[in-house]
Design a protein around this ligand. Structure first.
Ligand code: ZN
Ligand code: ZN
Length: 418
């Protein structure tokens, strides 16, 4: 099969082009005749152009891109009237939802400055996020419910690179971040599309094993952590590629290393300590320790960013409860890089994690057609937020607890037990 193998691309332009190809062919699985909606930071235009070309080559009928500009976002927080922070462009999100209902695929490029809003009033940031989340919800449900094929890929913007490598000159920081993105996205493999097929098969085998166990709960234990996470009734483990309701198989995250499912919103008890800082809207929330009772966080401490954490927990009723639990081995390539990316797409691929807030319908048997009431009854949480934070490390063990209460080793010292 060596005719199909291409040499490893040496130039930056060739690697960027490959990332564009992987985003379209692996990330989206774009079908001929499909429309594509892209959102991206202004810096990411070179990647948007590569993706757009690959999309048209794959038969896209129309590619539409919405660019956002960090400088303009900052201008709002610095100069807009205080009363204006509960405003969101509902008309835009309604239009996005209409595009998805009409069959458009969705590609988001992550790469914004993680510290953009660090100096802004946390209350204003929280209000703006709340308004945006509420307006975006109908479109977001079509995405997270896999009504359409979608994906997220990344672009190493200078501001992001400076945050990850504060001690390097900007050019060197950007180059290092690109190397990390290309490696994690399997762009440097001889055949990236084949490498993704192999990776997806390995993740599928892992989810099949976990689904066969039908665990009632997971028990995390490690330094500062003794947490029992009950799993929702009829939960499903997912990871890697997914087949959307339109029949198209996509890889929603480029890169990805996690397998994940839906915890039971009322059956989480114990204490858990974060193993990596959580970067949230420009604030670094560090050394989080929280205690759960009956599924809800009843005590939350953080060495840094505690005020922001408290505001997040007060977003709504579901913000104190879990919507996701995910397992990632400590030896995953992103974890092995030793970097903190200040970007969930990468950091959640570096360690086992939990997410506060909204659950994924797709992680429940029959979940995409079940009513909201049934989902809630089975333990699926509902919230305007979904925030992942890392609780796994080489010091954390995980047991599966079966229906009879017996513990089965799942992870030992951060690695798969079997
Ligand atoms: Zn996750
Ligand atoms: Zn998540």
């Amino acid at each position: 099969m060596n005719v199909a193998l291409r040499p490893q691309p040496s130039t930056f332009d060739a690697r960027l082009d490959r990332l564009g190809e992987v985003a379209v062919r692996v990330g989206l699985g774009l079908a001929p005749g499909q429309e594509l909606l892209i959102t991206a930071p202004l810096d990411a235009v070179p990647l948007v152009r590569r993706i757009t070309e690959h999309a048209y080559r794959a038969g896209a009928s129309l590619v539409t891109t919405l660019l956002n500009d960090d400088v303009a976002t900052l201008a709002r927080f610095e100069h807009a009237p205080d009363g204006a922070f509960d405003t969101a462009p509902g008309w835009l999100f309604d239009g996005m939802a209409a595009a998805f209902r009409g069959g458009a695929a969705r590609l988001a490029i992550a790469g914004e400055n993680p510290s953009l809003l660090a100096g802004q009033d946390p209350a204003r940031v929280a209000r703006a996020n709340r308004a945006r989340s509420a307006a975006y919800r109908p479109a977001l449900e079509l995405i997270t419910g896999f009504g359409i094929n979608w994906t997220i890929a990344s672009f190493a913007s200078p501001a992001w690179a400076r945050t990850v490598f504060p001690d390097l000159p900007e050019d060197a920081a950007v180059a290092r971040l690109w190397d990390a993105i290309f490696a994690a996205s399997r762009i440097d493999a001889p055949d990236p599309v084949a490498a993704w097929a192999e990776h997806n098969a390995a993740l599928r085998a892992r989810t099949a094993t976990l689904n066969a166990h039908r665990f009632a709960a997971l028990h995390f234990h490690g330094p500062g952590t003794d947490l029992r996470v009950g799993l929702s009734d009829g939960h499903l483990w997912l990871g890697g590629a997914e087949t959307a309701k339109n029949g198209i198989t996509c890889n929603p995250n480029i890169p990805t290393e996690e397998v994940f499912t839906t915890p039971h919103s009322r059956r989480v008890d114990g204490t858990v300590r974060s193993t990596k800082p959580l970067s949230y809207q420009g604030t670094l929330i560090q050394d989080i320790t929280v205690r759960f009772e009956g599924g809800a966080i009843v005590d939350a401490q953080a060495r840094a960013g505690q005020e922001v954490l408290r505001k997040v927990l007060d977003t709504d009723e579901g913000a104190r409860r879990l919507g996701e639990v995910a397992l990632v081995p400590h030896s995953s390539p992103i974890s092995a890089s030793g970097l903190l990316f200040f970007n969930t797409l990468f950091d959640e691929s570096a360690a086992s994690h939990i997410a506060l807030g909204q659950a994924y319908r797709t992680c429940l048997e029959g979940g995409t057609t079940a009513s909201e009431a049934e989902l809630a009854e089975r333990g699926a949480n509902s919230s305007l937020i979904h925030i992942d934070w890392m609780i796994g490390s080489c010091d954390v063990d995980v047991d599966g607890i079966d229906a009879a209460g017996q513990a089965v080793p799942v992870m030992r010292r951060g690695e798969w037990a079997a």
